[in-house]
Design a protein around this ligand. Structure first.
Ligand code: NAP
Ligand code: GDP
Length: 318
């Protein structure tokens, strides 16, 4: 039937991809076939391998999540790799989507690609208004080019290629490897190991003062699916919790201590980088479309993420 959809999810084995898969499996919509991919299916930096993948599955729609992704410290030491790998993946996925007649592509930007020197809150119109923070300029420029490409594909070929801009994401199936992890999975693993070894000091990098908006991966998954089905602008849309839900890294550390019921003390290693002080984003556009969307309460989402790690640490990406 003409409204049958085949949706290819690149990066389907990651934090966000696994959350989308969980929400989709709980829905059971009959006119949609979802295919969740990992790098084992194809290296999306390789044009021919990517083309073969699209010829095999013949997607009508694509959610493009695949990316080289990492926390502050991984970005600081690998800006060139973040730039080149992500440029290659994005160019291949968008160009092959165009060549094979994909009807809609939803790609993924991030609030950490916005200008470093800016007014707050940041909104969708401000992505290109100045250089990103120097710590992650490689990732940021590669991600910003998705928005440029989406506009060019629309202008030249009429393609409905759009993008979303999530704030910091966390949840089950995150990357817990201390070399490359974001702050929440990094600290979950650290605290889990401290407790296992009987330690009494939880050392958090930086001053603890930077502010972040964190979205639970299962909330983001619901919003992603809504964007795929309902949102028809080429212009990006920020998918973030409300500004009032912004927390400091210190508050986050305290939430984790509560979730683990850790009785020791928190210490801040101020010799380590803080990164961007804040990147407060406005979700006004999202709220215009979905005024009643309920985000999971932060402490509950942290507790669920900690419990998931406790149960799955043996097989998690450590
Ligand atoms: P993730 O857990 O690290 O997953 C990355 C995914 O990309 C994995 O499925 C990985 O496959 C795949 N991948 C990486 N390199 C690939 C390659 N060369 N070819 C094919 N697949 C490749 O990342 P995530 O946190 O879910 O991020 C998903 C999207 O959200 C990304 O576009 C990211 O930029 C964006 N985002 C993330 C955050 C965040 O806080 N995590 C915030 C804002 C935006 P394997 O499993 O096989 O390695
Ligand atoms: P960002 O939001 O893009 O900067 O990415 P992160 O998730 O890496 O968050 C970084 C913030 O958390 C910075 O202020 C870091 O100093 C702080 N932080 C504290 N401990 C850790 C840790 O163990 N890993 C990471 N990635 N960040 C940490």
């Amino acid at each position: 039937m003409s409204d049958n959809k085949t949706i290819l999810v690149t990066g389907g084995s990651g934090l966000v991809g696994r959350a989308i898969q969980k929400v989709i499996e709980s829905e059971g919509k009959s006119n949609e076939t979802w295919v969740f991919l990992s790098s084992k299916d194809a290296d999306l930096c390789d044009y021919n391998a990517t083309k073969q993948l699209f010829e095999k599955y013949k997607p009508t729609h694509v959610i493009h999540l695949a990316a080289m992704v990492g926390g502050l410290f991984h970005n600081m030491s690998h800006n060139l790799d973040f730039l080149r790998n992500n440029l290659h993946m994005n160019d291949n996925v968008l160009q092959i989507s165009y060549e094979t007649g994909v009807k809609k592509v939803v790609s993924c930007l991030s609030t950490c690609i916005f200008p470093d020197k800016t007014e707050y809150p940041i909104d969708e119109t401000m992505i290109h208004n100045g250089p990103p923070h120097p710590s992650n300029f490689g990732y940021s420029y590669a991600k910003r080019m998705i928005d440029v490409m989406n506009k060019a594909y629309f202008e030249q070929h009429g393609c409905m290629f759009t993008s979303v801009v999530p704030c910091n994401v966390f949840g089950p199936h995150d990357n817990y490897n201390p070399e490359s992890s974001h702050v929440i999975p990094g600290l979950i693993k650290k605290l889990f190991d401290i407790i296992k070894e009987g330690g009494d000091t939880f050392t958090v990098m930086g001053t603890g003062k930077p502010l972040r908006q964190f979205i639970y991966s299962l909330d983001l998954a619901k919003l992603f699916i809504w964007v795929l089905r309902e949102y028809n602008e080429v212009e990006p849309i920020i998918l973030s919790v409300d500004e009032s839900s912004e927390v400091s890294i210190q508050q986050l550390a305290e939430e984790l201590v509560n979730a683990f019921d850790f009785k020791g003390k928190i210490v801040f290693d101020t010799t380590k980088a803080d990164g961007q002080f804040k990147k407060t984003a406005s979700n006004k556009k999202l709220r215009k479309y979905l005024p009643d969307f309920q985000f999971t309460e932060f402490s509950q989402a942290i507790k669920e993420s900690v419990d998931w790690y406790k149960e799955n640490h043996d097989t998690a990406r450590n």
